[in-house]
Design a protein around this ligand. Structure first.
Ligand code: SDX
Length: 390
């Protein structure tokens, strides 16, 4: 029980922290949000239920869920000036670059967000960010094609509304398909939080200076963009395209073992066992393929996993598929372009960033992040006049 763990308060102003939100046992492959196993939450809950759990510590009762859903729905629209901001981008701007800057721009639309210790104001800003992430993503996608934006439709649930804003009048084949919208809801649950990962740690660090949550989430999204973190799901698809067919997997793995790069979607800083999220995503892929048709890339991915899990190089390094290994295959099958995959990671992860930020903000012993260093530079020395420098 970590509650009994003793620690030096100075520990809290480094890049490490204490938290009661998410528990991971990397050796056993266990992931729990507020004590609930991720497998149960993915099977029995909706993403908005889980977002309430992460933010408030308990699953919502019917009234709480109804009020929370209503609050989210009230804030799915983007201020019209934000749409003009998006229109300033080139048509081929990467959606993550657009997302990162648009989230930061929202801090200028809601200047009251800097009152971070006002609980009602904080709840409103948190709801705004969760509600607007899908809208920003859909607008970035339609901006790329020069299509008119589709306004949020609050008669639809969270993922149906997102898919409607993405594809209405453009890619109608997957609109409001209950199997696909539920699969996306499950993917959002799996990506919602993950303890002190790179982007969440960034949110805590920036948030410890007591700025508003928009600039904190913008910084966290910037961290997520990296190919070693949230950008990996887009890199997995590039890797599978590069391999090209099932019979070329063994040759590709040989190249990796010879030092030719990394298996994208494999390995993890914490999991030294199968990422429990990858197992659930594999199941979700089968559901999605019943609607979209079988995706050949899954055959390459399954063959890559089969060979790697039997290969001593990966076994002794405890490298297993992580959350990114199968998610991109599902997203592509559902019609999402690869350059949107990391945005699809950010949409749910904003909940984890905000839950961890709020927990840090309300921790009376948390100070501004100030990691220490091991100095490896010169001892004291003195300036030599320019004329004497060679
Ligand atoms: C996410 O932190 C989180 O929680 C992140 C995340 C979340 O939900 O927020 O789970 C999401 O970011 C998942 C990770 C997505 N990234 C990738 O899939 C990119 C490919 N994987 C890696 O680059 C790598 O595995 C990391 C970055 C994830 C972890 O890197 P580490 O900590 O250096 O891995 P390690 O210490 O376990 O490595 C041990 C050995 C090293 O080789 P040796 O020096 O011992 O010879 O394994 C090698 C590594 O070079 N290795 C890999 C590898 N990952 C590590 N070799 C080939 N392919 C890989 N994918």
């Amino acid at each position: 029980d970590f509650g009994l763990m003793t620690y030096d308060p100075a520990f809290l102003n480094t890049s490490s922290c204490r938290s009661a939100i998410t528990y991971i046992d990397g050796d056993a492959g266990i992931l729990r949000y507020r004590g609930y196993p991720i497998e149960e939450l993915a099977e029995k809950c909706s993403f908005l239920e889980v977002s309430w759990l992460l933010l408030n510590g308990e699953l919502p009762n019917p009234n709480e869920l109804s009020e929370w859903t209503g609050l989210i729905k009230r804030h799915t629209m983007l201020h019209e000036t934000t749409k003009k901001f998006l229109e300033g981008y080139r048509y081929d701007a990467h959606p993550m670059g657009m997302l990162i800057s648009t989230i930061a721009a929202l801090s200028t639309v809601y200047p009251e967000a800097k009152n971070v210790f006002d609980a009602d104001n904080r709840k409103l800003q948190i709801a705004r960010l969760i509600a607007k992430m899908p809208t920003i993503c859909a607008y970035c996608y339609r901006h790329h094609f020069g299509l008119p934006y589709v306004y949020p439709d609050n008669d639809l649930n969270f993922t149906e509304n997102f898919m409607n804003m993405m594809w209405k009048m453009f890619e109608p084949k997957y609109l409001a398909n209950p199997i696909l919208s539920r699969a996306l809801d499950i993917l959002f649950i799996l990506h919602a939080d993950h303890e002190q990962n790179c982007s969440t740690n960034t949110m805590r660090c920036v948030g410890s200076a007591q700025g508003d949550p928009y600039v904190g989430c913008s910084a966290a999204a910037a961290a997520l963009y990296g190919p070693l973190h949230g950008g990996a799901n887009e890199e997995v698809l590039k890797m599978l395209d590069q391999i090209g067919s099932k019979d070329r997997v063994a040759g590709f793995i040989h190249q990796v073992k010879e030092g030719g790069g990394k298996l994208m979607g494999f390995g993890h800083r914490v999991y030294k066992n199968y990422d429990p999220r990858a197992r659930i995503i594999k199941w979700a892929a089968e559901q999605v393929f019943t609607v979209t048709g079988y995706n050949k890339k899954i055959e390459i991915a399954l063959e890559l996993e089969r060979i790697a899990l039997e290969d001593d190089y990966f076994v002794k390094r405890k490298l297993y598929p992580n959350v990114d290994f199968y998610s991109g295959i599902i997203y592509e099958a559902m019609g999402f372009r690869p350059d949107l995959f990391t945005v699809l990671f950010a949409i749910p992860r904003v909940v984890g960033w905000l839950a961890q930020w709020q927990e840090m903000l309300l921790d009376p012993e948390q100070k501004i992040a100030r990691p220490r260093q091991i100095y490896t530079g010169h001892g004291e020395r003195h300036v030599v006049p320019m004329a004497d420098r060679h």
